[in-house]
Write a protein that binds this ligand. Structure first.
Ligand SMILES: [Zn+2]
Length: 195
């Protein structure tokens, strides 16, 4: 399987044609990967966590689930998942603002800037940052409403397999954030495998 590396703290962009599959591989384990998908013909249409939660009626998605765009169009099928299945859909991407808010002394790099840089390389700008699909992020709901951070439980080489339901531009950011130790105490890379 051909692999493209997502370097630690960095993001990459890939294009998927309708029907094509890829795997997001947690090469070293324990690494959160912020994931976005856009309609290549209209970047105003993007993968939406709030629309997908409403479509699937769960906070976390499982193999067989079809995630939708902010126009309720099918975008991605989660076809396989070898990880423990925690892929947060609630947290905003880390950003300079969030790092300052939480008192982190590591402001840059961050996933929001990584996304905007990748879009900029394609001549695209967006006015609001969609909530990412935080692959491998183990955020728990406690006491009915409380949100808790746990260290990612993904093992080395665990992967999530996705099938494009429409042509897509996808951006993946190996999250550099150390806030909440979501990726443990160090930021690592990941990889995309093409099937
Ligand atoms: Zn991040």
């Amino acid at each position: 399987m051909k692999r493209t590396i997502i370097p630690a703290r960095s993001a990459i962009t890939i294009e998927l044609s309708k029907g094509q599959r890829c795997r997001v591989i947690n090469t070293e384990g324990g690494q959160v990967v912020d994931t976005w998908a856009f309609n290549p013909y209209d970047f105003n249409e993007c993968l939406s966590m709030e629309h997908s939660r409403s479509a699937i009626y769960r906070l976390l998605f499982r193999p067989g689930d079809v995630l939708v765009s902010n126009k309720f169009q099918p975008m991605l099928t989660l076809t396989d998942d070898t990880s423990p299945g925690f892929h947060d859909t609630l947290h905003a991407a880390c950003s300079a603002g969030s790092n300052r808010f939480y008192g982190s002394d590591q402001i840059f790099p961050n996933c929001q800037d990584n996304l905007q840089k990748q879009l900029g390389l394609r001549g695209q700008t967006i006015n609001t940052i969609p909530c990412p699909w935080n692959l491998f992020e183990h955020a728990l709901i406690g006491d009915r409403t409380e949100l808790k951070d746990e260290i990612s439980a993904a093992a080395p080489e665990d992967y999530v397999e996705l099938e494009a339901r429409m042509d897509l531009v996808m951006i993946f950011s190996a999250c550099p954030s150390l806030v909440g130790k979501i990726s443990g105490t160090s930021a690592r890379g990941a990889a995309i495998g093409f099937l």
